[in-house]
Design a protein around this ligand. Sequence first.
Ligand SMILES: Cc1ncc(COP(=O)(O)O)c(C=O)c1O
Length: 442
Amino acid sequence: MKTPLSSELAPSTTTDPVELYNGAPPSFGHAMHKLFEFDPSYVNLNHGSYGSLPMPVRVACDKLSARIEANPDRFLRIECIHHWNEARARVAKLIGAETDECVLVNNTSHGVNTVLRNFDWNEGDIIIGTTTTYGAVSRAIRYLGDSPPHPQVSTFDLKFPISHAEILENWRKHVRQVTSEGGDLKQTRKVVAVIDAIVSNPGVRLPWKEMVAICKDAGVWSVVDAAHAIGQEVDINLSEAKPDFWISNCHKWLFAKRGCAVLYVPRRNHHVVKSPIPTPHNYHSPQDEHYDGPQDFVRLFEWTGTMDYVPSLSINAALDFRQWLGGEHKINGYTHNLAIAGGKHLATLLGTSVMDPEGGLTLNMVNVELPIPGDIKYSDEINSLLLNTLLVERNTYAAHYYHNGKWWTRCSAQVWNEISDFEVLADALKDACQKVVKFAKK
Ligand SMILES: Cc1ncc(COP(=O)(O)O)c(C=O)c1O
């Protein structure tokens, strides 16, 4: 199938966000396609991986780029900081944080690395990850364990499906066990836990606030990988939940341009983050002659090397767009209900089941078992076969993965999706899964 060039796509009726926002938004479902710029024949049920840029936000980004190029010095030396501070203030309000506890970084990997590499690691310190920690984050933990002074890595086992109550019971035990070991070191060593707000694969919600509270009671630092949270989880209140660090991608569910993320560090922990990665002009060494006390956390992150600031600044346009659509509750009401209904429908069509029939683990991503026997294990060839069949031959996609002895798909429900999209995906998945089974029998 030929993929149309963007110039061949139907032109939008209006591309000026200001003009557009004077009217009512289209209703959720396929009418929303006029606000996104997908190939018209692509059925996209995988917003979760890389996000999707709404056309009005893209137009705002293009305008910003043109403004930057018109006079790079004026923009970068004078104007940029105002937009950046506005984005921080608006995002902070959305997540129940103080503006000066939030800075913008390139992506969640960057934010998590910034936090973990800023701890002063000592012999005997421990980093807790889980078996479902995102690949790159789990590798960052591993890397720290491999580097002097070699903090130990402890892995909490998570196999889904499992209820929040069971997760919490097991987490409490794990944290208790980790913190009770270590003899004399116990008094001085630190334990840092990396907790997902929403796991990547499977796409499930964790009881992260309660997990953070358990850490707090045990004197364990909490670093929340909330890559999928902002724009998907409503009513986040970090001042109440009190994680020690929290990082969320704004280019996923918030609709900002790839890549930007918010790094939340409450005031009490500003001293931990001594340098962004890379170290900026604004870094002050305590050894410097004119050192004037602890650094200003926000100032450190204002300029961390030359880069394109459009993604970070696009948070403002993304928030305008979401407000115009009706706000967080309206958007996520539609996408959550569709995830639940679509998942059930897909499972019926595939003759399998959803991972989470009660819905307690599901926000906007629903996990459905694939009709591939569990004894066929993950391999690069099978991965390529699934990707090619779905993305190249059938022009549709939802993430696929192997977990706990079974094959699954993770479907992201977004404002442009309707139940019929799950039918298109079901046909493509049946084809792809048959090919996998045939390939594995060879
Ligand atoms: C849970 C989780 N953490 C971290 C990441 C990394 O995000 P990025 O590649 O934007 O750094 C992802 C990406 O999907 C994720 O799902």
